[in-house]
Design a protein around this ligand. Structure first.
Ligand code: CTP
Length: 134
C-alpha cells in the first residue's frame, strides 16, 4: 500500500481543501493519505496571523474526512524531509501554489514522487475571511 502525504493549514475548511484531499487520495489505488496539519504558530509564521480554528479543531475536522487515513502536526516548514521519512511517504502531494518548492526533498529521498495538483479556482481561506469581514 502506497503512502501519500500532503501538508497544509486547512483553516475554515472549504471546497478547494476537500477537492485537494479527494484527488490526493485517489492518485494511486489502494493507498493511504496522511495529512500534515500546520500548527497554529507555523501558520502565524507562514501567513502572519493565527488560524480562526485552532490546531485541535482543524485536526478533528480533517481527521473526520473520508479521504484521510491519519494526520500529524507540522511544527516547522524546514522539517519536510524528516516528516516524510517518519511517515514512510512514497508520494508528496502539494497544491500547485507550491510548485517546485519541495523538489529539494528528492535529494535526500530519491524514491519520493512529488505531485503538484492544480488549485481549485476562486476560493481560499484568506478570500473567505476578507469576504466575511466586508
Ligand atoms: N488548495 C487548493 N485549492 C484552493 C485552496 C487550497 O487546492 N482553492 C490546497 C492548497 O494548495 C494546499 C491545501 O489546499 O495544498 C491547503 O491549503 P491552505 O493553504 O490551508 O488553504 P488556502 O485556502 O490556500 O489558505 P490561505 O488563503 O490562508 O492561503
Amino acid at each position: 500500500m502506497k503512502t501519500i502525504v500532503t501538508f497544509g493549514t486547512f483553516d475554515l475548511l472549504h471546497i478547494g481543501h476537500v477537492k485537494l484531499l479527494k484527488r490526493a487520495s485517489e492518485l494511486v489505488p489502494n493507498s493511504k493519505l496522511i495529512v500534515g496539519i500546520s500548527s497554529d504558530s507555523l501558520n502565524f509564521s507562514k501567513k502572519g496571523h493565527y488560524p480562526i480554528y485552532d490546531f485541535d479543531e482543524r485536526n478533528e475536522i480533517i481527521s473526520s474526512i473520508k479521504y484521510v487515513y491519519s494526520t500529524f502536526k507540522e511544527n516547522s516548514l524546514e522539517d519536510k524531509v524528516a516528516y516524510l521519512k517518519e511517515q514512510n511517504a512514497d508520494i508528496l502531494v502539494m497544491g500547485d501554489d507550491w510548485k517546485g518548492k519541495f523538489d529539494y526533498c528528492k535529494k535526500e529521498l530519491p524514491n519520493l514522487e512529488i505531485v503538484y495538483l492544480p488549485r481549485t479556482e476562486l476560493i481560499s481561506t484568506t478570500e473567505t475571511i476578507i469576504k466575511i469581514r466586508s
